[in-house]
Design a protein around this ligand. Structure first.
Ligand code: SF4
Ligand code: SF4
Length: 143
């Protein structure tokens, strides 16, 4: 089994199509939607975990989405923690649903495990010092 969390950006012209369902029907993939938003301009952004029997099967599904005009990127490059600003107050660990942010004991330092991050952005809203943020699109790493 191969599984990966991805961010799908749907431009307005494809946002209404049931492309994600096609992943199941055509490519035998499974998905778990972690968050979804539609902007005022009708663009859609979805964060989901996609699972496949093999990496090859996963790649076929991703290629299909890209051919339809969907922008696919990897979430682990989207959230960052600025270590120079973080005061290790721990507020973000209380809201992080995936335990990507956690307190390392006995040092009591707040650590960030990028691999576990689902890009829900709750930590950005919670952090009092704005140490948590999103990379700009220009810095985003495409799959
Ligand atoms: S909420 Fe912000 S300042 Fe507090 S531990 Fe988390 S990242 Fe650091
Ligand atoms: S965006 Fe922040 S709160 Fe959400 S999973 Fe990632 S580290 Fe945790």
């Amino acid at each position: 089994m191969y599984a990966k969390i991805v961010i799908l950006n749907f431009p307005p012209e494809v946002a209404q199509k049931a492309l994600v369902c096609q992943l199941v029907k055509k490519f035998d993939l499974l998905f778990n939607i972690l968050s979804a938003k539609i902007s005022n301009r009708k663009e859609g952004v979805m964060v989901m975990e996609i699972s496949a029997a093999s990496r090859a099967g996963f790649n076929k599904g991703i290629s299909f989405l890209k051919k339809q005009g969907v922008q696919v990127s990897s979430p682990e490059h989207q959230i960052f923690k600025d270590e120079e600003i973080c005061t290790h107050c721990g507020a973000c660990t209380a809201v992080c649903p995936t335990q990507a942010l956690f307190i390392q004991r006995p040092e009591m330092r707040v650590m960030f495990d990028k691999e576990k991050c689902s890009v829900c952005e709750l930590c950005i809203l919670t952090c009092p010092t704005r140490a948590m943020g999103l990379f700009s699109r220009a810095m985003e790493t495409m799959i």
